[in-house]
Design a protein around this ligand. Structure first.
Ligand code: NAP
Length: 538
């Protein structure tokens, strides 16, 4: 059965009053289903529970009652007979539409089967049971190999909905969970979710694959399981209501990745232009093997519709290495720079994805140069002969040195690791000087391509203030915070400044255009990232 996937808010208040308030907030926030997590109640008072159930009757959507035991990740650790009779009491009140019971409790206990089975009409010959039964299995340690058999085992019982939730130790575990969801949802109402940060895609894409429901917390901090996103994030950031079977999937591959601004900026751009896409954070462990396993895993699942990724620290080198090994195409610019930040996947005809075309691009080059030219108010030709001191020789440094040299700038590279500066200078016809000498530069422009000064180390600066005395134009590629210490001191010395937000917006806009073939809504993207950075409570 495939129907509209519900967006369910688990109510985790410690009192019935808090839960009742949660019902109102969940309805106002656009949830169509709530789960009363009775095990979160700190005490059980029948009159208070009765009032909660009265409030639940007024909830416009369906209500699930769950009284989760500690062994399956809940908070209830008292007697089983008491738990089942309370659940029976809640069920018989008529206020709830579904009861969730652990498969294991159901299997081993005739009392559970008899009482909850009766409340849920599991043996009654009716298409319209008074309440429906969700049987669930949880694994908070990892994702077992055979998820299909977990679901079919549950489905042998008279459950109306089969649910599994397992911890994703890697993002490939989450891909396997999607496999299981697709198979099971084709024949029965199914909830199949991966817990933890790596499992986020199973939560957001549940609707694309016809799950019975996905969970979203009422607010950050009120999650009932690890990795739940909030209701507001699900609705506004990930545009839950716009995700359907044909939605194309994009994301940012990084580690860590939770604080990336890319989902905000690209999802907003998809929404603004009416593009049927969703953009997610993909937490992939730093090793090459983990990167390759994830991208391979997406390629062999063409039904996932993964069409592209931004690739960030620490995976930029892994992207080029992957294409080298797999035989994909690297655009000449990215090959020349030796760094790429954008992955594209062009689907083929084969069901196993083997004929998909994978390619890599560099949008940092264009982002950085567009930002610098806009900041200087000049054209590329005007840069010829301008002297530039570049701090750093990593991926961003490589793109910027290439761009500056293409415009005819005289570039001097200062990098903490001298060898990298020397090698980069040789490649692009620049000069390399010891990092300690950066303060004695006499350049017209200083560009910071190191990570120094980036949140949370906001009191650091890559250039001592004496290095700003000659009033160069200063461009800091770091974009969080918007005004770094380097930019603040540059401004105080009367230098003109260009911040990293401009580069960030323009490189993201270049990715958007490559993926969608539509003009990027640059002004909106700038507003989104600026607002997000300003409101961040760092
Ligand atoms: P990367 O390849 O890891 O390079 C990091 C660079 O920072 C290297 O040159 C490294 O020097 C230097 N570095 C790190 N810690 C340092 C320290 N304590 N003192 C001096 N130098 C230090 O990273 P990347 O991709 O080039 O990114 C670098 C920065 O650029 C990022 O932090 C980000 O803020 C910014 N960036 C911005 C955008 C944007 O769109 N605005 C895009 C890409 C990057 P060593 O070689 O000695 O390790």
């Amino acid at each position: 059965m495939v129907g509209m996937t519900r967006l369910c808010v688990p109510l985790t208040g410690s009192t019935c009053e808090q839960m009742a308030a949660g019902l109102t907030a969940a309805a106002a926030g656009g949830a169509d289903t709530v789960e009363l997590r009775l095990d979160f109640l700190q005490e059980w008072s029948e009159p208070a529970v009765r009032r909660l159930l009265e409030a639940a009757e007024a909830f416009p959507g369906d209500v699930i009652a769950t009284y989760r035991i500690a062994a399956e990740g809940g908070h209830y650790d008292e007697g089983e007979a008491q738990r089942i009779s309370r659940l029976e009491f809640v069920g018989l009140s008529g206020a709830v539409d579904y009861i969730d019971v652990e498969y294991e409790a159901w299997r081993v206990s005739a009392n559970v089967r008899q009482k909850i089975g009766l409340v849920c009409d599991v043996n009654a010959d009716t298409d319209r049971p008074r309440r429906r039964l969700i049987l669930s299995k949880h694994d908070f340690t990892g994702t077992p190999i055979d998820l299909d058999s977990m679901l079919t085992t549950i489905a042998r019982e008279p459950a109306h909905v089969a649910k599994i939730a397992c911890k994703a130790n890697t993002i490939v575990d989450a891909l396997r969970m999607l496999d299981a969801l697709r198979t099971s949802a084709a024949v029965r109402p199914t909830i199949a979710l991966s817990m933890g940060e790596a499992g986020l895609l199973t939560r957001v894409l549940a609707g694309k694959f016809g799950a019975f429901l996905t969970f979203a917390s009422l607010e950050a901090g009120q999650e009932s399981a690890p990795g739940q996103v909030s209701l507001a994030e699900m609705k506004q950031l990930y545009r839950w209501d716009a995700i359907g079977p044909a939605t194309q999937v994009y994301g940012v591959i990084g580690c860590p990745v939770a604080h990336s601004m890319s989902p905000a900026i690209l999802n907003a751009a998809f929404g603004e232009t009416g593009f049927d896409g969703v953009y997610l954070p993909f937490r992939v462990e730093p090793e090459y093997a983990a990167f390759a396993a994830f991208v391979d895993g997406c390629v062999v699942r063409p039904w996932l519709h993964l069409r592209g990724c931004s690739v960030t620290i620490p995976h930029k080198q892994n992207l080029l290495a992957y294409l080298e090994k797999r035989g994909g195409c690297v655009e000449p610019l990215a090959r020349r720079i030796g760094a790429a930040n954008t992955l594209c996947i062009e689907p083929g005809q084969q069901e196993d994805g083997t004929d998909a075309v994978v390619s890599a691009y560099n949008t940092d080059y264009r982002g950085a140069m567009d930002a610098l030219l806009a900041g200087m108010g000049c054209r590329a030709e005007d840069l010829s002969g301008v002297s530039v001191a570049v701090l750093g020789a990593g991926g961003a440094g490589r793109a910027i040195v290439a761009g500056l040299r293409d415009c005819g700038c005289a570039v001097t590279i200062y990098n903490r690791t001298r060898d990298k500066a020397d090698a980069l200078a040789v490649e692009f016809g620049a000069e390399a000087r010891p990092f300690e000498e950066r303060v004695r530069h006499n350049a017209d422009v200083v560009v910071n391509c190191t990570s120094t000064g980036m949140w949370p180390n906001v009191d650091d600066t890559p250039m001592p203030a004496e290095g700003l005395a000659s009033r160069p134009l200063v461009f800091d590629t770091v974009y969080n915070p918007i005004e770094t210490r380097l930019l603040r001191e540059a401004r105080e010395h009367g230098c003109r400044t260009v911040d990293g937000v401009e580069m960030f917006v323009r490189q993201a806009a270049a990715q958007f255009e490559r993926w969608t073939s539509r003009p990027a809504p640059v002004a909106l993207m700038r507003d989104v990232v600026t607002a997000k950075l300003r409101s961040a409570q760092h």
